[in-house]
Design a binder for this molecule. Structure first.
Ligand code: SF4
Ligand code: SF4
Length: 150
């Protein structure tokens, strides 16, 4: 079996919370997919019931559940300069970014993702393949059939 292209490491270092480009509406509308267990974790983190949390922070997109966005397309939990206000309970897709299956599928896809994530190729950045594989496995377990379409 050939060694994946991202061995032994990829040039990535998160520049957040100062960056926040993957949480803000800088690149237009998006979706932060959440399942029942992620909703429960976020609701507990905020001290809300699941019903309250869902009413305030969740919306349906093409039959799937996503966090709401502010009118400027920022994630409902993103605050400029502070970053994610629910960081400890953030959903899987936030924890694993940018090591998503669809991004890691080919080096050219990874290179393209640098247009929206300045941490890719940042000076001095390096993430070992072992860490990439762990996050990639989490992403594949969370979205075994790929992500819903937005
Ligand atoms: S866009 Fe990339 S560098 Fe910026 S906060 Fe998100 S993961 Fe980090
Ligand atoms: S939940 Fe937090 S990490 Fe995820 S998109 Fe929203 S602000 Fe960003």
């Amino acid at each position: 079996m050939s060694v994946p292209w991202f061995h032994p490491a990829v040039p990535f270092r998160c520049l957040g919370p100062e960056c926040g480009d993957c949480c803000s509406g800088k690149h237009g509308p998006g979706a932060v997919w959440v399942n029942d267990s992620e909703i429960e974790a976020l609701a507990a983190h905020l001290g809300l019931s699941v019903a309250e949390f869902t009413l305030q922070h969740v919306r349906a997109v093409n039959g799937h559940l996503s966090l709401r966005e502010k009118p400027n397309f920022d994630c409902t939990f993103y605050e400029a300069g502070k970053g994610c206000t629910v960081y400890a309970a953030r959903p899987s897709q936030c924890r694993t970014y940018p090591f998503w299956s669809k991004v890691m599928a080919a080096k050219w896809k990874w290179d393209s993702e640098a247009e929206v994530c300045p941490g890719i190729g940042a000076e001095g950045a390096s993430t070992p393949a072992s860490e990439v594989e762990g996050l990639l496995a989490e992403d594949q377990a969370r979205f075994p059939d790929g992500r819903p379409s937005k």
